[in-house]
Design a protein around this ligand. Structure first.
Ligand code: BGC
Ligand code: CA
Length: 235
């Protein structure tokens, strides 16, 4: 079947004597590039001890992968960028995360915490997906050496506990972030984003991977976070 275009209108010869209009693009407007599908992670009910040892509580949780490359922040080859897996738990006080990051060259040379090998945990407790940070939104960061930093209206340093440990081929971080606004019950959904910053030992960040959104905007806007779903406690 033949397709041709006149003045931005695509036609197709549908049968012997009829034309079909396939698409009209008179103003040259292109479809916006498709955003990657918004991901959901399950958080299972349970309380780990934040000490860098992998408690039994983590056995019930399934891992999500932080491996979508943020192109604007990445100058090394895709295969070189640090990636990781994250498991999530919740209880009446906290959301918990266990990170296992693959990063062969560990560095905290930069004075900027986000340029050190580190993870970032972004939470929008009320799942409002606002374009700016509000009181229930926080950005938490933990370096591979366990140094805590963060920002956003809802960020309070006393709300995060984290322990970091070197493991084969990278590092592990076990952390908790206090919940103050979300309902702590099965079925609750919150906005969540996960990010890994990678310095290939040059003193500057040369790679960023994220769980959900592939732009470097999570520290400013919660609108493209993924979703975390609290699973009901099992009886
Ligand atoms: C971003 C950096 C930004 C920093 C601010 C990070 O998540 O990747 O580009 O400067 O947050 O805290
Ligand atoms: Ca590194």
């Amino acid at each position: 079947m033949r397709t041709f275009s006149i003045a931005g209108v695509a036609y197709q010869l549908c049968s012997f004597s009829t034309f079909c209009v396939l698409s009209v693009n008179v103003f040259g407007v292109q479809d916006a590039p498709k955003k990657p599908e918004r991901l959901t992670a399950n958080a299972v009910y349970g309380t780990p001890k934040i000490d860098g040892e992998i408690d039994d509580a983590w056995k019930n949780a399934t891992a999500v992968e932080v491996k979508r490359i943020v192109k604007s922040e990445t100058s090394v080859a895709d295969a070189e960028v640090a990636t990781g897996t994250v498991k999530l738990l919740w209880d009446k006080d906290n959301l918990y995360a266990l990170w296992q990051v693959k990063d062969s060259k560990l560095s905290a040379k930069s004075d900027n915490p986000y340029e050190q090998d580190s993870i970032e945990f972004f939470v929008d407790e009320l799942n409002e997906r606002a374009g700016v940070y509000q009181k229930d939104d926080a950005q938490y960061r933990v370096s591979y050496e366990g140094k805590i930093s963060g920002a956003g209206e809802g960020f309070k340093e006393e709300n995060i506990k984290a322990v970091a440990k070197k493991i084969d081929g990278g590092y592990l971080i076990e952390m908790s972030a206090k919940l103050s606004f979300a309902k702590r019950e099965g079925g609750t959904k919150m906005g969540l984003e996960l990010q890994i910053n990678d310095d290939p030992n040059t003193g500057a960040r040369a790679g960023v991977t994220k769980w959900n959104h592939t732009e470097n905007d999570s520290y400013q806007s919660t609108s493209d976070f993924g979703t975390v779903l609290l699973q009901a406690k099992s009886e």
